[in-house]
Write a protein that binds this ligand. Structure first.
Ligand SMILES: Cc1cc2nc3c(=O)[nH]c(=O)nc-3n(C[C@H](O)[C@H](O)[C@H](O)COP(=O)(O)O)c2cc1C
Length: 303
């Protein structure tokens, strides 16, 4: 009764609630609040080949029902990640999914290859919301052809499960999802942040150093639920829902729209143990509704 364990593309999780890339660091800041082993899976912050300082401040600002960020993929690079972050994360007997970001197709492939030989990694999430430096800075994830190139290069470079993380900043997410699936993605996660902007009317300056940034939190939830539903109807691989999930009701909404699992991002900043609370809430919902398994809910929106 009320089974909440899931298997997403071969990654076995005790519950369907993961923490989203970039919102959980490498977990160390959260260990005082919960047992990290109770999370469905930990998605590490985006890692790049070389260390990155990220963008200058101000890099975040609060907006109605959400926040904008322009962190700029700050990270210590793959070598330090493997040497320092991974051994820490591996202690918790919870699947660790590494999120990779590159400036060229070749960089993504190199990252995937490096990670494949390292024990303790359950899967790779590919952040395609990154500018393709060779093609004038256009994001990989806004074009089906570029999406397919990145995902198929990663697919060839690793035997680990590959999750394509889609950008919502596109006209038709279905085309991108299909391209990712055809190129070999084992699952699709959606959505990354929505492009946004805010201005301080007193200084008349943008609130973020890079002028525009990524909007996250409850403000984007209806967009994310709509996109997850469209992707669910388009592909056969499992969909992982992300965007404004703060509590179990939000997560269940995504599951009804077609998500087989979910990720919590901005919610971690409000309640550090949100992921664990949400997993418990989903179980309670299954019990209250006399459902055998979470599978009985996936895509079960009544239309
Ligand atoms: C401060 C911050 C940093 C983020 N960094 C990354 C990142 O490094 N890689 C990535 O794929 N997504 C990153 N994201 C996007 C989140 O993983 C998630 O897709 C998005 O915030 C939507 O979910 P939410 O509304 O629950 O936060 C970041 C989001 C925030 C708020």
């Amino acid at each position: 009764m009320a089974e909440i364990a899931v298997n997403i593309a071969g990654i076995k999780m005790k519950n369907p609630v993961m923490v989203a890339s970039g919102t959980f660091g490498s977990g160390k800041d959260y260990e005082d609040f919960m047992n990290l082993g109770d999370i469905g899976a930990i998605i590490a912050k985006s890692v790049t080949l070389k260390p990155r300082d990220g963008n200058p401040p101000p890099r975040i600002c609060e907006t109605p029902s959400g926040m904008l960020n322009t962190i700029g993929l700050q990270n210590s690079g793959i070598d330090i990640f493997i040497k320092e972050d991974l051994p820490y994360l591996s202690k918790f007997k919870v699947p660790v999914i590494v999120n990779i970001a590159g400036e060229s197709v070749d960089e993504y492939a190199q990252l995937a290859k490096r990670l494949s030989d390292i024990p303790g990694i359950s899967g790779i999430e590919v952040n395609i919301s990154c500018p393709n430096v060779k093609q004038g800075g256009m994001q990989f994830g806004v074009d089906p052809k570029l999406t397919a190139e990145v995902i198929s290069a990663v697919r060839k470079a690793t035997k680990l499960p590959v999750i394509a993380k889609l950008s919502p900043n596109v006209t038709d997410i279905k085309l991108i999802a299909k391209a990712a699936e055809t190129a070999g993605a084992d699952a699709i996660s959606a959505i990354n942040t929505v492009l946004g902007m805010a201005i301080d009317i007193n200084s008349r300056r943008p609130k973020l150093s890079m002028v525009v940034g990524g909007l996250s939190g409850p403000a984007i939830k209806p967009i994310a639920v709509r996109m997850v539903h469209e992707i669910y109807k388009t592909v056969k691989v499992p969909v992982i829902g992300i965007g404004g999930i703060m509590d179990a009701a939000d997560a269940i909404e995504f599951i009804l729209a077609g998500a087989s699992a979910v990720q919590v991002g901005t919610g971690n900043f409000v309640n550090p143990k949100a992921a664990v609370d949400i997993a418990e809430g989903i179980k309670k919902y299954l019990i209250a509704n006399k459902l055998e398994s979470i599978k009985d809910l996936v895509g079960k929106i009544k239309t």
